[in-house]
Design a protein around this ligand. Structure first.
Ligand code: DQA
Length: 144
């Protein structure tokens, strides 16, 4: 089973950006921990990050026929990007939406998520643990 983990805009700034909200660990550490969890659970993962909306659309399109599942934290594009939603709907790959913070308890503009319309599961407010839970949920769903 192959899973693509997509992190969007500003997630490369983890450890530096608002550490009280997003924690002190950096993106490199996130990738290391995701890979370790995937290995322990027998899943293959590729982690990508981009600050560019069109690049994220490209990652999703190229996942067609190559990946069994997608974990996505689009960052702020969550709340704005119909293009990312449309790409997910186009490829029809089972997808879990992840947010480090509890977006529903933050500003009103973070309460809208386009990706949620497609994702079969949403994990919010659990920090790095959210990505591990997303991988586990995809493994369970895809191996059914
Ligand atoms: C985020 C929440 C978004 O509202 C924000 O723009 C981010 C990160 C999260 O992981 O909590 O960049 O997706």
């Amino acid at each position: 089973m192959k899973i693509l983990v997509i992190n969007g805009v500003n997630l490369n700034m983890l450890g530096v950006r608002e550490p009280d909200l997003y924690g002190k660990k950096d993106y490199k550490t996130l990738v290391k921990e995701i890979k370790a969890h995937a290995k322990a659970t027998g899943v293959k993962v590729k982690c990508v990050q981009s600050n560019c909306e069109g690049c994220i659309v490209g990652y999703i399109q190229r996942a067609l026929g190559r990946y069994d599942g997608i974990v996505i934290n689009p960052g702020a594009y969550t709340h704005t990007s119909v293009a990312i939603l449309d790409a997910l709907k186009a490829v029809q790959i089972p997808t879990v939406e992840v947010h480090l913070t509890d977006v529903d308890q933050r500003e009103d503009y973070r309460k809208i998520s386009y990706v949620s319309e497609y994702a079969f599961l949403r994990v919010t407010g659990k920090g790095f643990q959210g990505y591990f839970e997303a991988l586990d949920a995809l493994k369970k769903k895809v191996s059914k």
